[in-house]
Design a binder for this molecule. Structure first.
Ligand code: CDP
Length: 275
């Protein structure tokens, strides 16, 4: 334990992977990747690979779960057994039940559930590869997948974590920082700054907490741009190239309709005179 505390995570202002303290890991996001789902999104965020799929609004089974005045939302966060170094036993465990619950609570406030009484919106988050920050990656992907499903929402929800290593606040912890750091604080919020998830593992002073929240806000703003860009890439009509002007035809132009009519009327007159 002592050795872990003495590890240097930040040297000359750079972290183990070369990032600055307020820098996110590289992120790639694509929306609409699963054709059987109503909405889907795949995110790669540093070493994380996470897929989100949304089904619904659809009929609730079992029926006794349905609400007469609104849709219910169900969220299942699952880590593939091959997603972590040591094989994870398949099936739900305490951690995945907790992450499913907080992810649902992070997303529910932006969805107009009242529009769809007696129905359910199912959100599946599948972690294929994990490297710390999977719940925030899942929330970002699920939020974009809900939008992809065309479900009316007040806004998108964006998430990222802030933590503390070597006594310094750092944005977006990777695995080593998460395991051996002094604090980990995942945050989710709308672009208007309405916080829908705030968890804390470890300790921060009040002053550190305020600075950490400010850093998380910056990170979420960047995530929002990435989500918005992914949705625009999927739905904005590609720019149409200017239609090329047709080259002047070489043969004589065809006679116009008016000319045809004139000729026709003239011939009619001739035939009338003949009679
Ligand atoms: O992934 P997130 O940071 O949201 O949740 P966590 O509970 O703080 O887990 C941090 C990391 O620990 C995960 O992202 C995984 O890389 C790793 N982990 C693991 O190796 N085996 C598990 N059974 C659970 C988590």
């Amino acid at each position: 334990m002592r050795m872990e505390e003495e590890r240097a995570f930040i040297v000359d202002g750079r972290r183990l992977d070369g990032r600055a303290v307020d820098e996110l890991r590289p992120i790639k996001m694509e929306v609409g990747v699963l054709h059987r789902a109503d909405g889907s999104c795949y995110i790669e965020w540093g070493g994380n690979k996470v897929m989100a799929a949304v089904y619904g609004p659809r009929e609730v089974h079992p029926r006794h779960l349905q609400e007469s005045n609104r849709a219910i939302m169900r969220c299942r966060y699952n880590m593939a057994s091959f997603s972590v170094e040591e094989r994870r036993r398949p099936g739900p465990d305490r951690r995945s039940i907790e992450v499913s619950k907080v992810s649902r609570e992070a997303l529910e406030p932006v969805v107009f559930l009242g529009y769809y009484p007696r129905s359910v919106i199912d959100v599946f988050i599948e972690v294929l590869q994990a490297d710390a920050g999977t719940r925030t990656a899942g929330i970002n992907a699920a939020s974009a997948a809900l939008a992809d499903a065309g479900i009316p929402m007040r806004n998108l929800v964006s998430a990222c974590s802030v933590g503390k290593v070597d006594g310094e606040l750092v944005l977006d912890l990777m695995k080593e920082e998460d395991n051996y750091g002094q604090a980990d604080m995942p945050v989710a919020m709308t672009p208007r700054g309405e916080i829908t998830l705030l968890q804390m593992d470890g300790h921060l002073t009040r002053e550190e907490f305020e600075r950490a929240l400010e850093m998380a806000m910056q990170g979420c703003r960047r995530l929002y741009e990435i989500q918005r860009d992914a949705l625009i890439r999927r739905y904005a009509a590609p720019e149409q190239p200017e239609p090329e002007k047709p080259e002047k035809p070489e043969e004589e132009p065809q006679e116009s309709f008016e000319q045809d009519m004139e000729e026709f009327e003239e011939s009619e007159e001739v035939s009338e005179n003949d009679e």
